[in-house]
Design a binder for this molecule. Structure first.
Ligand code: GTP
Ligand code: SPV
Ligand code: MN
Length: 612
């Protein structure tokens, strides 16, 4: 029975029932009894069922569950992701586009009767704290219990979301998901921004099916933000508590699998801890930001949990993330240790289980699995490189006391970054907001396993939003410039970082992780105006000795620091030439409406570099 009187919701749900023809419809109220019953049901499915979940060792990992997706369904599929608005130009050159009428006509037969013999779950959810002026409501219809249980972790799910929507509002995002077919050629992740609608079919991977996340909170929300005067960004939000007790809030946009979760949960090095520094997590992936009454930019995390990359997560690299996964967490595509029914992934520790099940479901008893070579000639992995945990934010030992603050937190600095083996220094600061917007537009990064396709290829990923901007990228940049004008001298300062610079031997030069605190420290001091900087052609960089290396002097000698902060004229000349090509060929020539101010920034950067 429906959980709301809202006729807009009920009419749409009825239409989708008529289309997908489920045997049964269950409205998700979010109660413990209902979720417990669904957990029992999904864990009692036969082993070969696509929705099958397993209970893990309930003494060591209470409330934790395990799931494997199909081997061809383990990451976001950008080539099958569409923005369908009336005018092609409004989708712009970074999106696949199709006319909405045509796309509805193409997908309707795929959904027709797709839930016959299945149950439809109606999931009401809020992105953002219930009652926050920045929060928004979505409803996802799905035939997957795995999706319901994940949405329960990632969003504020249940009846309260309908109470927030009210009995009349039509301002909710309509999501329809079905996992009908394993054929990746029939997989579609489709957004209709002008209809507040998302249709996702034939995937079970998180980024494609937890529709509150990338689909709503970035692609649809970025479009809403443009129209309503706020911003939806692929950014973590953290608070740094300083020795004087003040907390400074920072957001950072890095592409997928480039270190947001890690930075958001950073543990400062010993010296900083002793001085009283502490880091609090507000969010690890998405920020919704709006100007507050005092004129500053405020951010909320629309999510309620972390959908984090498992490999590489360990007690040393990210203690807080690991601790977050110790209860009520869902693990997807990691390996099972069959001796004690717990989970394992590469980088967790140096003891891969021998009696294991690898991520595709094969038992590997008795063999040293990591010495088995795959078709690519590389050692096979027990866990998929994009295996993930879905963990409740409340589990995080360093969750911010402001996590549920409906007003959000005031942002002092915005950081861009990516994986760059060369060229980009460890840190630099923009001259102003407009220059910072240029810097964001110029982010490029080596690709990772978070999306299907080749890994390690340098690609442009403006503001780390390339796969997530729900409209024309040029208009998106214009929106950034407009926000800067509105914020004026209260705008956050803008920085760029690169934790991934490599030496001649291809090793990372910077220790990263907790030691990134040393860079945050410089950034905060720049925001406070308490530290000077060196002006270069590309922006402000730290003066010699201004990045504190106490405790890592052996590794980060002055020579290494010089290399980390170097602005190499030849490399930057190439970078600028590539940016001209990118702006012109990839964006402007393909209908990207680049604001004049950004072309001027590129010209000015080139002129400064030529003079240097
Ligand atoms: P998404 O969830 O896909 O958006 O990823 P993310 O940006 O949150 O990335 P995450 O923090 O999960 O890190 C991805 C990978 O980068 C992991 O393998 C980390 O171990 C690695 N990583 C994170 N921070 C650092 C760092 O400072 N230095 C180095 N070298 N690696 C890092
Ligand atoms: C990303 O790829 O940026 C993620 C994981 O955060 S997913 O939700 O799958 O998009
Ligand atoms: Mn992400």
């Amino acid at each position: 029975m429906s959980l709301t009187k809202n006729p807009n919701v009920n009419k749409w749900v009825d239409e989708m029932i008529a289309l997908t023809k489920p045997d049964k419809v269950v409205w998700i109220d979010g109660s413990k009894e209902q979720l417990d019953a669904l957990t029992e049901e999904v864990c009692s499915l036969p082993d070969d069922s696509w929705d099958k979940m397993y209970k893990l060792n309930q003494d060591e990992l209470p409330g934790c569950l395990y799931h494997r997706t199909r081997a061809n369904d383990v990451a976001r599929v950008e080539d099958r992701t569409f923005i369908c608005c009336k005018n092609k130009e409004d989708a712009g050159p970074t999106n696949n586009w199709c006319d909405p009428k045509e796309m509805y006509a193409k997908l309707t037969p795929l959904y027709d009767g797709v839930m016959k013999g299945r149950t439809m779950y109606v999931i009401p959810y809020s992105m953002g704290p219930i009652g926050s002026p920045l929060a928004k409501v979505g409803v996802e219809l799905t035939d997957s219990i795995y999706v319901v249980l994940n949405m329960n972790i990632m969003t504020r799910m249940g009846k309260a979301a309908f109470e927030n929507l009210g009995d009349e509002s039509n301002d909710f995002v309509r999501g329809l998901h079905s996992k009908a077919d394993v054929d990746p050629e029939k997989r579609y992740i489709v957004h209709f921004p002008e209809d507040n609608t998302i249709w996702s079919i034939n995937s079970a991977y998180g980024g494609n099916v937890l529709l509150g996340k990338k689909c709503f909170a970035l692609r649809i929300a970025s479009f809403q933000g443009k129209n309503e005067g706020w911003m939806a960004e692929h950014m973590l939000i953290l608070g740094v508590k300083k020795p004087d007790g003040e907390v400074k809030y920072i957001t950072a946009a890095f592409p997928s699998a480039c270190g947001k979760t890690n930075l958001a949960m950073l543990i400062p090095p010993e010296g900083y801890k002793k001085d009283g520094y502490e880091v609090f997590t507000v969010g690890d992936d998405i920020a919704w930001m709006k100007q507050g009454e005092d004129g500053r930019l405020y951010a909320i995390n629309p999510e309620n949990g972390f959908f984090g990359v498992a490999p590489g997560t360990n007690a040393k690299s990210n203690y807080n993330a690991l601790a977050s996964t110790m209860k009520n967490t869902i693990f997807t595509n990691v390996a099972l240790n069959n001796d004690n029914n717990t989970v394992w992934w590469e980088g967790l520790d140096k003891n891969p289980p021998v009696n294991a099940t690898e991520w595709k479901g094969a038992k590997v008893n008795g063999v040293e699995f990591t010495s088995v070579m795959g078709a690519d000639g590389k050692p096979q992995k027990l866990a998929h490189p994009n295996s993930r945990f879905t963990a409740p934010a409340e589990n995080c030992p360093c969750i911010s006391p402001e996590f549920n603050n409906p007003q959000g937190v005031p942002i002092s600095a915005i950081i861009f970054g990516g994986r760059r083996a060369s060229t980009t220094p460890l840190v630099y600061q923009s001259f102003d907001w407009t220059h910072g917007t240029y810097m964001g537009s110029a982010v490029s990064s080596e690709t990772t396993a978070a999306a299907t396709g080749a890994v390690g290829v340098l690609r442009h990923d403006p503001m780390a939003m390339k796969p997530f901007i729900g409209y024309n990228v040029g208009d998106y940049w214009a929106h950034w410039l407009e926000m800067g004008e509105k914020l004026g001298d209260k705008a956050p300062k803008i920085f760029n970082v690169n934790w991934f610079k490599q030496d001649e031997n291809g090793n990372f030069m910077w220790p990263g992780f907790g030691d990134n605190m040393r860079v945050l420290d410089w950034i905060i001091k720049r925001c406070e105006g308490t530290i000077d900087a060196e002006e270069t052609a590309i922006g402000y960089i730290p003066k010699k000795g201004d990045i504190d290396v106490t405790g890592i002097e052996d590794e980060i000698t002055p020579e290494v620091m010089d290399k980390l902060l170097a602005v190499d004229k030849d490399l930057w000349t190439k970078e600028i030439a590539e940016m001209r090509r990118y702006y012109k060929e990839d964006i402007a020539d393909k209908g990207g409406r680049i604001p004049d101010a950004l072309w001027e920034q590129l010209d000015a950067l080139e002129a400064r570099l030529n003079k240097a």
